[in-house]
Design a protein around this ligand. Structure first.
Ligand code: AHM
Ligand code: MG
Length: 341
């Protein structure tokens, strides 16, 4: 008897726990899993661009070679459009929502927000990238999905997850009952349950932030970084700095081993860089379900109001005691103006 449990089997088992469930959410998760396998296949070929053809060229199969983030966006939109469970998609790649105008989807229950390829500046250098997704129940009654369907707090998420295209490909998701991770076994083409009920340590010694922006950070962040760097045996400091610039990869590492990821306000991004709808809320849902925390420095990410699809927010996410400590620094130095030191 095989002890391997595939993503498909796991989803069906979970669905059976809800006797009145019609399986729409299960099918939606399955569709996202299928699209991510196709994206993974292309990400794995990224280094072969010179052989297979550069972006904009016609490759040896006679196909137009597309940028991977465009390709990923198209794959997820296609997968979500045919399933009939989703009536609208909000994507980082599209200014406006994409409504799915067919008979089945018009009355679908769910909307999906997605960052199809996060960390895309890392593709050309063979560093892990990821997909982030978030699923809400629509608030409009029927017909085409609307912007308002997406203007819900993160606490209303029905499910959220990410896929990391790394040294192995993993899908990590939650439906609000813990977090489970599945690793793609390329030999059978299936995501297999490898990390059941993931928990993140409450305290750790890794901080992740783009310190190149240091001079423009709020005073509280500067002081917290200095705290992380001080020598103190009792609290295991100095901490280690780990930042690769691919949010899913940095956050996945910190989820497994503990740590804090920060993207505060900077001069270039005075409201923060990351997007609330399809980056921060889903990542916050996952980290909270794993026992961690996510704030904008003071307020819980999942309780922030949203009025724009591409709204940005600062993000402090990870081990609960580290996020609390960073929040204390933010509070203490809230009134101090940022100075270039
Ligand atoms: P993207 O969605 O355009 O890829 O931007 C999001 C990414 C995150 O994955 C990453 O943590 C961050 O932006 C890196 O930004 P920076 O290069 O400013 O440090
Ligand atoms: Mg992104």
């Amino acid at each position: 008897m095989s002890r391997v449990k595939t993503l498909g089997q796991f989803i069906i088992e979970k669905q059976a726990e809800f006797p009145f469930s019609k399986g729409e959410l299960s099918r939606l998760l399955r569709d996202i899993g299928i699209a991510s396998k196709i994206v993974n296949r292309e990400v794995n070929k990224a280094g072969l661009a010179d052989i297979l053809g550069d972006v904009g060229e016609i490759n040896i199969q006679g196909e137009n070679v597309k940028k991977l983030d465009v390709f990923a966006n198209e794959q997820f939109i296609a997968a979500l459009s045919v399933g009939g469970e989703c009536c609208a998609i909000a994507s980082e790649e599209n200014e406006h929502i994409i409504t799915i105008d067919n008979e089945m989807s018009k009355n679908a229950k769910y909307v999906v927000a997605i960052d199809p390829l996060d960390g895309s500046s890392n593709i050309d250098v063979n560093v892990s990238v990821g997909t982030i997704f978030s699923i809400y129940r629509r608030t409009s009654l029927a017909g085409l999905g609307t912007n308002e369907d997406f203007f819900q707090r993160g606490t209303e998420q029905v499910a959220a997850g990410y896929v990391i295209y790394g040294s192995s490909c993993m899908m990590v998701y939650t439906t609000g009952k813990g977090v489970n991770g599945f690793t793609l076994d390329p030999s059978i083409g299936e995501f297999c349950l490898s990390h059941p009920q993931m928990k993140t340590p409450k305290m750790a010694k890794t901080y992740s932030i783009n310190e190149g922006n240091y001079v423009h950070f709020p005073e509280g962040v500067k002081k917290y970084i200095k705290y992380c760097q001080e020598e103190d045996d009792a609290t295991n400091r100095p901490y280690s700095s780990r930042y690769i610039g691919s949010g899913v990869a940095d956050i996945h590492r910190n989820l497994l081993t503990g740590g804090i990821y920060m993207y505060p306000t900077t001069a270039k991004s005075p409201k923060g860089k990351l997007r609330l709808l399809y980056e921060c809320n889903p990542l916050a849902f996952i980290i909270e379900q794993a026992g961690g925390k996510a704030t904008d420095g003071t307020k819980r990410i999942m309780e922030l109001d949203i009025s724009e699809l591409h709204q940005r927010t600062p993000l402090f996410l990870g081990s609960s005691e580290m996020v609390d400590m960073a929040g204390e620094y933010m509070n203490t130095y809230a009134e101090v103006p940022t100075k270039n030191d």
